[in-house]
Write a protein that binds this ligand. Structure first.
Ligand code: SF4
Length: 395
């Protein structure tokens, strides 16, 4: 690689599967009672392998660690303070490009956590669905009220955070209430369509189809578009940039090239590393990041297999798609598997993304944001130019 373009890579780290909740849709469900955690020394080895690989590349890179579980805040805060110190030592000059985000159920929050979230982590994501009652503890008690109280505490402590709300059949009827809730408290949020579970039949009773997700996206887009004080709702606003890229003179096309660059890896508690699309599928395991240099992992047979499968998915859905080049193809390459949009031959469908692109384009034309005659984006007449075009949103 010779380009000096800045790149980003995320490592989702499963510090431990141990959790105090038993959310009914959790894809880690079978392991939530397992207290095993990645040992500090294993984290050090992982950092050494990551630092060595990216130090040798001829480009600047932002390295993001996203701490997942289970519930990552059930580890003692010192676990993270120590590892942040070790990152500084091991990454050396690269350390200023390293950030840490935690994805928490926010059911445990004491003064030490507050200190850790404010001074230690660079970002905080809170998992909360607001409706549906699926996020329960071992006694089947809904965690919602505890989480809302702790979100109030984060806000009063001036700790920035965002939320993730999993879309299921049970909260689909409440999309407007969900949007208004976040709009009122001015907290950005992401809706995450229900993904494959830990076992067959786990999601019975609250599964949603791709068309239901698409309809939910349309509703959220309209709420966002018509809001007087819009809140940042992902992935909806991520979908705007590919739509308007088409109308921006000299905009460069964007094609996802997994062979050239991986944006996201998942590291399991035992060090096994996967692409996001093939997490926990042993056939596609790239190796073990505690034991093997990342250079070897990138060149492994498992990684090659994952690349070829992603390329096949893109060939089946993206190469004939009107949006390919505006949309990079990443949704089909990396997200269609976990959202069950693959047929038995490994070919992909793209109901949600293509559908929401078409809808956004239609609505932008109706509202004059895109002029269908001149094919120009009306950038000066709407806040969208300011709030969307200025953002660095991956296509
Ligand atoms: S909209 Fe879907 S099919 Fe089209 S390029 Fe994007 S991911 Fe591929």
């Amino acid at each position: 690689m010779t380009s000096k373009e800045r790149k980003r890579v995320q490592f989702v780290i499963k510090s431990s599967k141990f959790c105090n909740l038993r959310c009914r849709y959790c894809y880690e469900y079978a392991e939530l009672g397992n207290r095993e955690a990645i040992a500090p020394e294993q984290l050090d080895k992982m950092y050494a392998h990551i630092a060595s690989y990216y130090n040798r590349l001829d480009r600047p890179v932002d390295i993001q660690f996203i701490w997942h579980g289970g519930e990552p805040l059930l580890q003692h805060p010192d676990y993270y303070w120590r590892t942040f110190d070790r990152q500084q030592q091991i990454f050396g000059e690269l350390a200023s490009s390293v950030t840490n985000t935690v994805q928490t159920n926010l059911t445990v929050l004491n003064n030490k956590h507050i200190h850790l979230l404010r001074e230690g982590f660079d970002g905080v994501g809170v998992s909360v669905d607001l409706f549906g009652g699926l996020r329960v503890n071992q006694a089947n008690k809904d965690s919602l009220q505890v989480v809302l109280a702790n979100m109030d505490r984060l806000q009063s402590e001036k700790i920035n955070f965002g939320c993730i709300t999993v879309l299921t059949k049970l909260n689909l009827p409440y999309l407007e209430e969900i949007y208004r809730f976040y709009e009122k408290i001015k907290i950005p949020f992401r809706v995450l369509p229900l993904f494959n579970g830990a076992f067959d039949g786990q999601h019975q009773g609250y599964e949603i189809s791709a068309n239901e997700v698409l309809n939910a996206y349309r509703t959220l887009f309209d709420l966002w578009l018509e809001s007087k004080s819009p809140v940042r709702v992902r992935p909806i606003i991520d979908y705007i940039k590919p739509v308007i890229r088409h109308y921006i003179p000299n905009a460069q096309p964007d094609f996802y090239n997994k062979r050239e660059w991986e944006y996201m890896y998942l590291v399991n508690v035992n060090g096994d590393i996967y692409s996001y699309a093939d997490a926990y599928n042993s056939e596609f395991c790239h190796g073990n990041l505690f034991e093997t240099p990342l250079e070897n992992i990138v060149l492994s047979a498992g990684h090659e297999k994952a690349i070829m499968a992603a390329e096949k998915r893109m060939a089946s859905a993206c190469h004939s798609c009107e949006y390919f080049g505006r949309c990079s193809g990443y949704p089909v390459a990396e997200e269609s598997v976990i959202h069950n949009q693959i047929d038995a031959d490994g070919n992909a469908q793209c109901t949600k993304e293509k559908g929401i692109f078409q809808y956004i384009e239609k609505r932008f034309k109706e509202t004059g944001i895109i002029n269908p005659i001149t094919r120009k984006v009306n950038m000066n007449q709407d806040y969208i130019s300011k709030h969307i075009l200025g953002l660095d949103i991956p296509g």
